[in-house]
Ligand binder design. Structure first.
Ligand SMILES: *Cc1c(COP(=O)(O)O)cnc(C)c1O
Length: 463
């Protein structure tokens, strides 16, 4: 062995920060800020806590990036990876080969997925899985003799990943601006964001109206040109946008009426976040394809994929010939082995049941209490995800000026005070590991309240 086993030990935060800013191009980071302020260097983690290189303990209210569902520090997941790396660290599934971990995981996911989902296509990430979905729906319509059904409808402020096609599917303005001319068959409709777009309107009527935007778009493009609608059951990165309960039923009616396939991007809502294995089960959605990633391995290794419903699955696997698509790491054996151990843990230890029956209702009550804070216009949750909307005026719900960056301020106060809470504009976002306890929910809410106070004091001094 050439490298010392402790090659990461014994360096200061300042040392890491200097080396980081010289060499490491970060995802979704402003590099001039990074160079000036230095990155937060996270060194280890356990349970629901991360620890920075200075030893500060931070409650991870975001489960990494919505992925560490089973929590940090699980030896069973480490052992599953180690054992598989020893046995067969890599082999592919191209050209009629396979290996036990990928087969067993496909079978396990089919068992957990809603009725009528029997097949899984693996990718390395959620982005790759959504690229796969585009090809699957196009292949499907080709094979059933409707090759003109090519257009895909998505929503503003959706997040479906970062590859060119996935970023196009997504509705993030900043990403579109940097991308320039994009894949030309994607169209965006407005989102079911009641707090942001439906102030003063009845929520359920607003939900129906936002769903009908899909119908309008289909009629505009022509139903014979439209392949699919894609949506996150609950928009995550867009700011935990929880649709009114009328929304998905109406979307579904429209998809059925015009024969449009429905893709549920469950990269965040899959594997327990809403207290069921899939968000589609919680929200009563019957999609044709389900995108997954993140929680499938609790983030211990990268893995994503598409769960393929019977309608598409039967056609692709019986009359499709070769599906000319795949990734070197589709069904990576170690990632699949970790996923199997993770799904066992989430199920057998009752982690998801506990979310549904205990922690999610408690989380709703405690996060809801932040709604009383003078800085907060709305505090909402579903399962173990939530958003706290910061407003300049609690009465009129008027927002702060964008240039004040109040959300980022609040996020920074959180980090400095031992809590990860993410800012999407001035919406503060929370999605802790599913293993969080009631006492830790209390700790999260107390820290959040303190940081809201600090933010309010900062706002007062800045104006
Ligand atoms: C994170 C995310 C993706 C992208 O997954 P990656 O693994 O980062 O490529 C896709 N869809 C949703 C809903 C996500 O939250």
């Amino acid at each position: 062995m050439s490298a010392s086993p402790d090659r990461f030990a014994g360096h200061s935060a300042a040392d890491w920060q200097a080396r980081d800013s010289r060499h490491y191009l970060h995802p979704f980071t402003d590099h001039s800020d990074l160079t000036q302020q230095g990155a937060r260097i996270i060194e280890r983690a356990d349970g629901v806590y991360i620890y920075d290189v200075d030893g500060n303990q931070i409650l991870d209210g975001m489960a990494g990036l919505w992925c560490v569902n089973a929590g940090y520090g699980r030896q069973d997941l480490v052992d599953a990876a180690t054992k598989q790396l020893q046995q067969l660290p890599y082999y592919n599934s191209f050209f009629q080969t396979a290996h036990p971990p990928a087969i067993a995981l496909a079978e396990k996911i089919a068992e957990l997925a809603p009725e009528g989902f029997e097949r899984v296509f693996f990718a390395g990430s959620g982005s790759e899985a959504n690229d796969t979905n585009i090809k699957l729906v196009r292949r499907y319509w080709d094979l059933v003799g409707k090759p003109h059904k090519q257009h895909i409808i998505s929503r503003k402020n959706a997040y479906h990943g970062s590859t060119v096609a996935a970023a196009t599917l997504g509705g993030m303005g900043a990403m579109h601006e940097q991308l320039g001319p994009m894949v030309n068959f994607v169209h965006h409709i407005e989102q079911p964001y009641h707090f942001g777009l439906g102030q003063g309107q009845d929520a359920e009527a607003f939900g129906i109206a936002q769903a009908r935007l899909l119908e309008e778009k289909i009629l505009e493009l022509g139903a014979d040109q439209v392949a699919a609608f894609i949506g996150e059951p609950v928009q995550g990165a867009g700011g935990v946008v929880i649709p009114p309960s009328s929304y998905w039923g109406e979307i579904q009616r429209i998809c059925k009426q015009y024969d449009i396939l429905l893709i549920a991007d469950e990269v965040i809502t899959g594997f327990g976040r809403l207290g069921e294995w899939f968000g589609s089960q919680h929200l009563d959605i019957a999609p044709d394809l389900i995108t997954f990633a993140k929680g499938v391995t609790s983030g211990y290794l990268p893995l994503g994929g598409s769960i393929v419903g019977q309608r598409i699955g039967e056609v692709i696997s019986s009359e499709g010939g070769e599906f000319a698509h795949g990734y070197t790491y589709s069904g990576h054996p170690a990632a699949c082995a970790v996923a199997l151990a993770n799904l066992d843990a989430l199920g057998d230890e009752g982690i998801i049941d506990r979310v549904r029956e205990d922690t999610a209702p408690y989380f709703a009550e405690r996060i809801g209490s932040l709604g009383d804070h003078p800085l907060v216009g709305e505090a909402r949750t579903i399962g173990l995800m939530g958003a706290v909307e910061l407003v300049a005026d609690k009465g009129s719900l008027e927002r702060f000026h964008k240039d004040l960056n109040v959300g980022s301020r609040c996020r920074n106060f959180c980090f400095e005070n031992g809590l990860v809470m993410r800012a999407v504009g001035d919406s503060m976002i929370i999605a802790p590991p599913l293993v969080i306890t009631r006492a830790q929910v209390d700790e999260l809410v107390e820290k959040a309240a303190r940081c809201l106070d600090l933010t309010a004091a900062w706002v007062a001094s800045a104006s």
